[in-house]
Ligand binder design. Sequence first.
Ligand code: NI
Length: 172
Amino acid sequence: MSILKIAKMGHPILRKKSAEILDPRSDSVKYLVEDMIETLEDIQGLGLAAPQVHVSKRLVIFYSPNENPNHNNAPLNILINPKIEPLGTEMDYDWEGCLSVPGLRGLVPRYKKIRYSAFNEEGIFFDRIVDGLHSRVVQHECDHLDGILYVQRMDKLENLIFETEMKFYNNL
Ligand code: NI
């Protein structure tokens, strides 16, 4: 296992559409998942997509915040070749950050409710209906697989701020 280097905004790999994973149960996927978990733990993040560690494959991992607000005990989700379907047109705004855009926060609209499907690390296909923060994290991470960063989803760039100034925005 090893801690991987995070690609930062401006690196071309973050703008590429990632490739489907042909065999979710392959050793290469297993080792990549292990390294991504170790990297996410090291950097204390909520989620990580493979392109952020310079691997252009359709794989994301994240802790699902709705199920347990205590980050240390939140379940870890591994999504291989995920697909998202918005349920309804209702949007929510909330602040997001990204390990590839360090030091910044942005107010981003996302679909409130989605259905998503994926293969897990055992090659089992599943789908779920989620809303709230879980829905937001899935949309954020899966955007990375299509070369999209959260700043590209923002509708008001004046709401792109340094995280040190978040204290002025707590009431939004
Ligand atoms: Ni991100």
